[in-house]
Write a new protein. Structure first.
Length: 272
């Protein structure tokens, strides 16, 4: 039986972040060799980007030129009207995307797609998403990192760590900051999974607040990384007073890319 090739779905808005995003897409296409689907959503920003007298053909021409800038990878171009987050999730499901990619603006941005907006959608989606923060300046990542916590279901991250490590040819860094037995169990499980696939990894114990482990992990790296973030299932009560902590991580001042893995029982697991 022929195996279906899964595509990677990318949201583009032709804002100032699109050029840096194109460097990431070229890198992903070169390393994973997967078709790239592009999604543009017609919304209140379209007149700002294309002018009030724009036509659909203007958007199609821009998408064609953008695809050409990536090296003309195989894939589909989608132009839809509506909510960018809803459409990103919907089309990812309809096309059975491997994962999504999106550049995001600041967590408090009210005009373009913000990290605060997209994280709400990601918590409901089973398909992971690579987030490229506003402050990111593309350089090829040097490792994939994970802040290892004590939640039993964090073990579901292991296949994605292995997939990214194997296909992007990157070592894995497992960070932790407590000797809690549950954390040790998660590390041992992930180690066993990585060893099974002959993947390189290292461990590091960080000093600092246990609840800020992901922030510590992102902040300590001076080289470009992809940080794997197992999203919180809910934003929590404090998000009504303070910015969502996950959204802040997606808008991290270091500009590190974040691979968001969703707290879903039907989380999509790749064939490593």
């Amino acid at each position: 039986m022929e195996t279906k090739t899964q595509h990677i779905l990318v949201y583009i808005d032709f804002s100032s972040l699109s050029e840096n995003l194109s460097h990431w897409l070229s890198y992903i296409y070169k390393t994973l060799n997967k078709p790239i689907d592009l999604l543009f959503v017609v919304d209140h920003n379209t007149d700002i980007i294309f002018g009030k007298n724009h036509s659909r053909s203007d958007i199609e021409t821009s998408m064609k030129a953008y695809r050409a800038s990536l090296g003309n990878p195989a894939g589909n171009d989608f132009i839809r009207e509506g909510c960018n987050c809803s459409l990103l999730s919907q089309i990812a499901e309809e096309t059975d995307s491997l994962f999504c990619i999106s550049a995001v603006h600041s967590h408090n941005d009210v005009q373009f797609l913000s990290s605060s907006t997209i994280v709400k959608m990601l918590r409901k989606s089973r398909i992971p998403c690579l987030i490229i923060p506003k402050k990111n300046q593309f350089n090829e990542p040097q490792l994939v990192s994970l802040g290892t916590n004590m939640k039993r279901d964090q073990k579901s991250v292991a296949p994605w760590l292995a997939y990214l490590s194997k296909h992007l040819n990157l070592p894995v860094l497992l960070a932790f900051n407590t000797n809690d037995e549950a954390v040790k169990n998660n590390i041992q499980f992930i180690e066993k999974f990585l060893k099974k696939h002959d993947l390189s990894y290292d461990k590091i114990k960080l000093k600092g607040n246990f609840f800020a482990l992901d922030k510590l992990c992102i902040k300590r790296e001076t080289t470009p990384i992809i940080h794997s973030l197992y999203l919180k299932e809910y934003a929590g009560f404090l998000s009504k007073i303070f910015p969502d902590s996950d959204a802040k991580l997606l808008d991290n001042p270091c500009g590190q890319a974040v691979f968001c893995i969703n707290p879903q029982k039907d989380l999509f697991i790749p064939c490593t």
